[in-house]
Design a protein around this ligand. Sequence first.
Ligand SMILES: *Cc1c(COP(=O)(O)O)cnc(C)c1O
Length: 463
Amino acid sequence: MSLHFVDQEKNKSCFDVYTKRATLLPISKYKLEDEPQESKVIRNLLIDELLLDGNAKQNLATFCQTDLSDESIQILMNACVQKNLIDKDEYPQMAEIEKRCVNIIGNLWNSPDSSTVGCSTTGSSEAAMLGGLALKKKWIENRKKQGKPIDKPNLVTGPVQVCWHKFALYFDIELREVPMEENRLCMTPKEMLELVDENTIGVVPTLGLTFTLQYENVKAIAEALDKYEKETGIYIPIHVDAASGGFVAPFLQPDIVWDFRLSRVKSINASGHKFGLTPLGCGWVVWNTKQDLHPDLVFNVNYLGGNMPTFSLNFSKPGGQVVCQYYNFLRHGRSGFTIIHQTCVDHGIFIGEEVKKIGIFDLIYDGRGGLPGVVWVLKKDAKVGFNLFDLSERMRSRGWQVAAYALPKNAQNIVVQRVVIRHGFSRDMAQMFIEDINRSIDYFAKHPMVSGLTQSEGQTFHH
Ligand SMILES: *Cc1c(COP(=O)(O)O)cnc(C)c1O
């Protein structure tokens, strides 16, 4: 979560209190008051304040699920607020439902083995940490067996989401990230092979890159590592970061072989709260077999009664998300997920086609073959009085949140605009979005920006 630094100046300004009616005393925002307040008064103050946040439906920047039009989801979340997922003895049915989800997901990812093991997490970030830790533990075990040093583990990835930078930093792993190039926006076997060695704990391809929405070719990476093993005797496993793609590819691209059909893929993470359609706070990590998860990482705690194996960074957490995940599996089935995600893909392709017609943009992802959405750049020779940061800013005035960011190294000179399409977005909204893009461009034609921001400037992208 965000780290908040206390700002003494602001705490002393005239903005440091909520005021209700003029006759009542103000309520401090930054310090605990002595007396309790009326629930409804406080609730309304907070609801009013939160109105300033963006409207989730118009947020085309996030990958996360925010559609709550299905009232059953709300009812189930409410039914579970008092349940603690860690407390498997008191809430055995929650534990059972989590287990069924792991089964369904292992099956969705074509795990051939009946000893699939996995758990829910708070999101893909925690799931990635657990997957990474399992790789590290296995590597240490193998190195010790061979009597070799264990002080320099590294992890090889393409351009990854920030959670892998965190994993590397927090757990002392050298991250070897294949940089992007202008004409190659993901990791391919060639660059990967240049970075792996006997200290590589694993290779992590991404199914649905944060920056471009495309899939890295897991099969080609696996085959390259097969060949590498033949030549060198060094075995390197794969963990797939399928945060988004894990709940898209099985439905829309079942022929892409990226999962446990490849024996080198030992573990996979995905976010239930992205294309798993579950409310925020749900991720999954699954290992193909029990042997892929070192038993030393599993804790058996008995102080809640009973004895349950756990592997997690958190202890207590809510269970509603897991129940909603299970609800979604039962509610939608394969064809339901397929229709929902295909509809999103179609909207993405539609927006891409319309954006292309405007004539000043080039698509770098046209919405086909990866995640639902589209990514574009300004044409190099486009003579316009704005850049993509300006356009994002302008679209914000109509409520749209569209990401604009510079790609990571070595493609920092390319600034892109990305639209992610999620469940709940409609063709009607797509049309209104395009109208607003055109309206913004007309505006800039009359009022060109003189901010001096050039295409290559601006901050780097944060998710
Ligand atoms: C979103 C994302 C993550 C982080 O997932 P959370 O569920 O937000 O923790 C990791 N990797 C990729 C590729 C992602 O898209």
